[in-house]
Design a protein around this ligand. Structure first.
Ligand SMILES: NC(=O)CC[C@H](N)C(=O)O
Length: 370
């Protein structure tokens, strides 16, 4: 029997459901994702650190949990809120149920709430702090709401240090090594080095506190700035490193948090979106080619500016080359004087779609001087 569990939002809204996964108490920023598949990749994506993820897709857990699709060594979400967990998961790769895995990793979840109502609330009032409470974590509503309101905001949160690798490691290229890349790990997903490896690129993954000398040790052909949790306005060290890389003319590619960091290094500002972009079918318009890609996204912050415009930077002209047609948010920047570009969405596409995979080829071409 599942026990009672509550989702308490910062604005005082309370949703009653049943415990799912571990019982107890968890606090974080409530955000929603519209992805209908890929919950394993979402839950293990370090960018979701300290977020309580609400799935708008009603049936979650249908394909169980496997030993192959983790994007990192553990589940990173602070909590998981679903409508209707699968009672009988079925997939040839499944090893256990989502419910069991959440419990095994001590992740507090909630099932049986009207996730569409929660999503409407977050869409209209913005992402907000929240808590999931069950078992020993339950208390009076007043006490639970107090705990939510005492918890830290996502704005101003510096979280890369909580998810970065402790030690450097190398992911070898598949086949002949064409290039080597130094990747700054701010919460990197496993599929990024994998997609680089498929293109003959060796990736040396380095902790977020790496110095510029360590980053450029061995003269890598390129530098990669990873995705990651938290507020990009706090990522001063990564911004400094990026300026050093741009000054030396080393080819650079950034994804999501990495896009925000490149933008900041170029003098742009960042701001918090009302409810962010999280899903696997978000359109992005490429102002260079005039094409649209359907993309995987997970961001709560964005760069300032208008897609399509050119702006001046200490490193020459910058094209705000990609934008989201839904709301005109900048989705990518391309430098015209230095070999650097980045995107706010996820070409590593875990989970899918694969429209943007060619960006890794573009990075390879940049390193090849073409
Ligand atoms: N996936 C990411 O890299 C997210 C970047 C940043 N933490 C944001 O929410 O905007």
């Amino acid at each position: 029997m599942r026990s009672e569990a509550l989702l308490v939002l910062e604005d005082g809204t309370v949703h009653r459901g049943e415990s799912f996964g571990a019982t107890g108490r968890t606090l974080g920023e409530a955000v929603f994702t519209t992805g209908m598949t890929g919950y394993q990749e979402t839950l293990t994506d370090p960018s979701y650190h300290r977020q309580i993820v609400v799935a708008t897709a009603p049936h979650i857990g249908n394909t169980g949990w496997n030993d192959e699709d983790d994007e990192s060594t553990r589940i990173h979400v602070a909590g998981y809120v679903v409508r209707d967990p699968a009672r009988t998961p079925s997939n040839w790769r499944s090893r256990r149920t989502l419910d069991d895995e959440l419990e095994r990793q001590g992740v507090v979840g909630l099932a049986g709430v009207d996730t569409r109502a929660v999503t409407r609330r977050l869409r209209e009032h913005g992402s907000m702090r929240a808590g999931v409470f069950s078992g020993d974590g339950l208390a009076t509503e007043r006490e639970m709401l107090g705990a939510v309101r005492d918890s830290p905001e996502m704005a101003g949160a510096d979280l890369a240090g909580a998810v970065t690798t402790a030690e450097p490691y190398v992911v070898a290229a598949e086949g002949t090594r064409r290039f080597s890349v130094a990747a700054l790990d701010l919460g990197i997903k496993a599929n990024t080095p994998r997609m680089l490896a498929q293109r003959g690129i060796e990736t040396r993954v380095l902790p977020s506190t790496t110095t510029l000398d360590e980053l450029l040790d061995g003269s890598p052909d390129g530098v990669f700035l990873s995705n990651g949790p938290g507020d990009p306005a706090t990522a001063d060290h990564a911004v400094e490193l990026t300026r050093g890389v741009l000054e030396r003319g080393v080819p650079l590619f950034g994804i999501c948090f990495g896009n925000q960091i490149l933008g900041r290094a170029l003098g742009m500002g960042t701001f918090k979106l009302r409810y962010g972009h999280r899903g696997i079918n978000v359109p992005v318009y490429d102002h260079t080619t005039g094409t649209v890609a359907i993309t995987s996204q997970n961001h709560g912050f964005a760069l300032t500016g208008t897609p399509g415009e050119h702006v001046d930077s200490p490193f020459g002209r910058v094209h705000l080359s990609h934008g989201c047609p839904n709301d005109d948010v900048v989705e990518g920047v391309t430098c015209t004087s230095v070999p650097a570009f980045s995107v706010q969405y996820h070409p590593e596409a875990a989970a899918g779609p694969h429209d943007a995979a060619d960006l890794f080829d573009r990075f390879a071409a940049l390193m090849g001087g073409r």
